[in-house]
Ligand binder design. Structure first.
Ligand code: PGA
Length: 244
């Protein structure tokens, strides 16, 4: 069976001006040795300049969302092939902030993932339960339900990565127990259409907890928000994944 690729993915969310490309350059300098995949997803305005700044380095660039259509009358939206044209290799889709702020359903996420894959991008499809859903004992139902509805036909390890991000762990400093992460990742491994698909954990990953999270079976990397904004923090997370 093919091994899942290791990936440390940073999500800058709505943070970053051109001056912050210095952090991306510093990350590339700190990660000069070959190892796991390293990805930064800045706001759309920085994708092209970041791709130029990081050309030839180990650090890839990606987007945080795309539209399901190839082009057309969709003011303010960005098509997957525009991201690819700007130098993106991946795109995050179905992040809980977009599911909440933009009412994105799993069906919408699947349509976006299909567009991303068709444009040659790797879709990073996010799933995760709210605290109320966990408290109600519905975590696996919710996560596996989102997974099934968010992946278009033809999703494979080559064009899709899954990120498990409990909503209550994002930006809060709280993380599930290692057993709770393992339970969800084991279930995801069984449920994904291609067993070699990379499974990332996301939600308050930082240098201090990365190694123990990466030691969990079926965790192939992380999707990192806050701790990806500073090169030193993210480089420490990359180093932990390299060592795992
Ligand atoms: P966080 O965000 O690392 O700041 O918790 C993770 C994410 O939303 O991808």
């Amino acid at each position: 069976m093919a091994e899942a690729c290791k990936l440390a993915a940073g999500n800058w969310k709505m943070n970053g001006l051109r001056a912050d490309l210095a952090e991306a350059r510093a990350l590339a300098a700190a990660c000069s040795e070959p190892g796991c995949g390293v990805l930064l997803c800045p706001p759309a305005t920085l994708i092209a300049p970041m791709a130029e700044a990081l050309a030839g380095s180990r650090v890839m660039g990606g987007g945080q969302d795309c539209h399901a259509s190839e082009s057309g009358a969709h003011t303010g939206d960005i098509a997957a092939r525009m991201l690819a044209d700007a130098g993106a290799r991946h795109v995050i889709l179905g992040h809980s902030e977009r599911r909440a702020d933009h009412l994105e359903s799993s069906e919408v996420v699947a349509a976006k993932a299909r567009a991303a894959q068709a444009a040659g991008l790797v879709a990073i499809v996010c799933v995760g339960e709210t605290e109320a859903e966990r408290d109600a004992g519905r975590t696996l139902d919710v996560v596996l339900g989102q997974l099934a509805a968010s992946l278009p036909d033809g999703s494979s390890a080559a064009n899709t990565v899954i990120a498990y991000e409990p909503v209550w762990a994002i930006g809060t400093g709280r993380t599930p127990s290692l057993e709770q992460i393992a339970e969800v990742h084991d279930a995801l491994r069984t449920a994904v259409p291609d067993a070699a698909m990379s499974l990332l954990y996301g939600g308050s990953v930082k240098p201090g907890n990365a190694a123990e999270i990466f030691a969990i079976g079926n965790v192939d990397g992380a999707l990192v928000g806050g701790a990806s904004l500073k090169a030193a923090d993210f480089a420490a997370i990359v180093a932990a994944l390299d060592a795992a």
